[in-house]
Design a protein around this ligand. Structure first.
Ligand SMILES: Cc1cc2nc3c(=O)[nH]c(=O)nc-3n(C[C@H](O)[C@H](O)[C@H](O)COP(=O)(O)O)c2cc1C
Length: 358
């Protein structure tokens, strides 16, 4: 699968998730089998580019190509400027966010709310494509199926985006009105795929290798994108890759491997955020890794009280050592719990804070 000049390792993508898919997590997903991982959204507001948060989001140290940065905003000129700014900072692909349900920029709804205003959506797309063209940077677009059940305009926007030069489309199979409720539907994604020639990525509620195969088959999409089901389970990508290649399930990872992966993840995380923020923002990741494990809830409560890296890492190591006494391999997570529990996680503290900042 290609995006512009880039050939990807496979067609399993990690979804952009604000407050989750930072550089350490993207690198982990790619190491564990994701062929592509998009950054968390970066605001188009210039006055926020120098904040610690935005500069961390624009940190691509050691990240493998292609580096894909998602931008969010409501003003075409600002979005074009944001694209150019991120290209200067290493972005090789620019993704426009028209998929996120809860993002306010300059007191206007951005993200999927743009789908309600097709002329403005197209203005933004054209401006970003023009800003990226001189650098040969492909532009991609992530959207939902539409604004509401009675206003499903993904196909119209997809055609307009393709004509304007967008090189790949991702469609989350829900409307903006739905938020994360109900189930993703894939018929609209199939219709989008049939309507355009550029690659289409199917997204929404994919939480098992079987589901990934089913969604690829029923939509005809070129790739699948996985978000919430990768939280605390970044090895889902290699599980899907194995299943697609062999038709059989890969055994769950060894407890000892997960311990090592998580400790390495924590070290990368602290290195990016520093001790104070690092310990606090690592808690949600640790919580996701342990949530379906015996004593996981109690451990999460205890770990949330810890305020320094050393104690947090030691507690994690001890937790997995104790688990390894009882079992070699991680238990299989029940697929229905993976998404149900994560529902509404888009309203994490970080996102709410970010909305306030904007
Ligand atoms: C915590 C969280 C943050 C998200 N942040 C973004 C974002 O920054 N940009 C975006 O396009 N979508 C964002 N999304 C939506 C996801 O990329 C994805 O479309 C959605 O979660 C559906 O996929 P899933 O069912 O595999 O999770 C976010 C979702 C979650 C749960």
């Amino acid at each position: 699968m290609n995006i512009g000049p880039f050939t990807l390792a496979n067609n399993l993508f990690a979804a952009p998730m604000a407050g989750v898919t930072d550089r350490p997590f993207r690198q982990l997903c790619r190491m564990l089998g994701a062929g592509y991982a998009v950054s968390e959204m970066v605001t188009s507001r210039k006055d926020l580019w120098n904040t610690l948060k935005t500069s961390r989001r624009a940190n691509h140290d050691g990240e493998a190509a292609p580096i894909a940065v998602q931008i969010a905003g409501t003003d075409a000129a600002m979005m074009a400027e944001a694209a150019a700014h991120n290209i200067d900072r290493g972005a090789q692909i620019i993704d426009i966010n028209m998929g996120c349900p809860a993002k306010k920029v300059c007191n206007k709804w951005a993200g999927s709310a743009l789908m309600q205003d097709e002329p403005l959506a197209l203005q933004i797309i054209e401006a970003v494509v023009s800003a990226c063209a001189p650098h040969n940077v492909p532009v991609t677009l992530k959207m939902r199926t539409g604004w509401s059940q009675s206003h499903k305009n993904a196909v119209t926007i997809a055609r307009a985006a393709e004509n304007a030069g967008v090189q790949m489309l991702t469609v989350h199979g829900r409307t903006r009105e739905q938020g994360y409720k109900g189930h993703a539907e894939y018929d609209t994604i199939a219709t989008v795929k049939a309507a355009v020639r550029i690659p289409v990525v199917a997204n929404g509620d994919i939480n098992t290798p079987e589901k990934a195969r089913e969604v690829l088959a029923c939509t005809g999409a070129d790739a699948v994108m996985i978000g919430r089901a990768a939280q605390g389970r970044p090895w889902i990508f290699r599980e899907i890759a194995h299943f697609m290649a062999t038709g059989t399930r890969l055994a769950p990872p060894l407890v000892a491997e997960v311990k090592r992966l998580l400790l390495d993840h924590l070290q990368d995380h602290y290195a990016l955020y520093g001790e104070f923020s690092g310990v606090r923002t690592a808690r949600k990741h640790i919580g996701w890794y342990v949530k379906s494990l015996p004593q996981g809830e109690a451990f999460r409560d205890r770990m949330n009280q810890m305020e320094d890296c050393g104690h947090q890492m030691q507690a994690v190591a001890d937790f997995f050592d104790a688990l390894a006494v009882h079992t070699d391999r991680m238990p299989l997570a029940r697929p229905d719990t993976l998404l149900a529990e994560a529902e509404g996680r888009e309203r994490t503290e970080e996102m709410e804070k970010e909305e306030k900042e904007a």
